[in-house]
Ligand binder design. Structure first.
Ligand SMILES: [Zn+2]
Length: 117
């Protein structure tokens, strides 16, 4: 991040207590920490947990997990429930958090769940 996301001013590096040198906007007088997207993906099991549900998206020829971006003001669990309802019109009965991984191409931290619908 080279420029302030709020005002466009070129950022400088400034010492920030325990975080060391951090990009800083001299106009806003604010540190600008790294920004990235957050999203969820989920393995969707049937109630007997012997099948999973995959979907096709964007006209692609392969199947994928249900996934979606976390929107501003929403937490990851709310996104999980909303995306399953939107994508496959199912209600979540139960879920567990699996893990997360940063995905460089879309600058996204992906949180993965296993859910039962
Ligand atoms: Zn600024």
């Amino acid at each position: 991040m080279k420029y302030c996301s709020e005002c466009g001013t070129k950022l400088i590096e400034k010492e920030c207590e325990i975080d060391g040198l951090v990009p800083y906007c001299p106009t806003c007088k604010q540190f600008r920490f790294p920004m990235f997207n957050s999203a969820i993906s989920t393995i969707i099991f049937n109630p007997t947990k012997d099948k999973i549900l995959l979907i096709k998206q964007y006209g692609k020829d392969f199947n994928v997990l249900v996934a979606g971006y976390i929107i501003k003001g929403e937490n990851a669990k709310e996104t999980l429930i909303r995306e399953i309802k939107e994508e496959v019109n199912l209600n979540v009965i139960d879920y567990t958090y699996n893990d997360n991984e940063y995905y460089q191409p879309s600058n996204t931290l992906m949180h993965n769940y296993a859910s039962c619908s």
